[in-house]
Design a protein around this ligand. Structure first.
Ligand SMILES: *[C@@H]1O[C@H](CO)[C@@H](O)[C@H](O)[C@H]1NC(C)=O
Length: 116
């Protein structure tokens, strides 16, 4: 078979290496989420982040708005969102990271930290 000839193997190796590099650049980079205010899925992720934080901590924060958002392709997608939330008296910004694997219906709040 032609494919076993040495120079074909070299070309294949180069192509494979180039694809892996391109894939590595795609996976792992944080990309800003476009059209944030009209993105229903991001709204869902944001609601989940705040309610999950409240459930774990006993706080009673409510989402005011998603200020900023980026996503990262991993085994699934990481969402890094800046959320404006209120406890009823003061309004503050938090950064939430949610990891989602949609095909497993899996979501987890990885971090939820106050921004100053
Ligand atoms: C979800 O994330 C938290 C915080 O990083 C971690 O402690 C917990 O083990 C994770 N749960 C699952 C099911 O991955």
């Amino acid at each position: 078979m032609a494919i076993t000839r040495p120079h074909h193997v070299i070309i294949l190796s180069i192509l494979l290496f180039a694809s892996i590099s391109a894939f590595a650049a795609l996976v792992g980079g944080w990309t800003p989420i476009k059209d944030l205010q009209n993105n229903h899925h991001v709204a869902e992720i944001a609601d989940y982040a705040v309610s999950e934080y409240d459930r774990r901590s006993g706080a009673k924060l409510k989402l005011v708005k998603v200020v900023r958002g980026e996503s990262q392709v991993v085994a699934g997608t990481n969402y890094r969102l800046v959320l404006k939330v209120t406890d009823g008296s003061k309004t503050q910004d938090y950064q939430a990271v949610v990891w989602e694997k949609p095909w497993e219906h899996f979501k987890n709040l990885t971090s939820f930290t106050l921004l100053h």
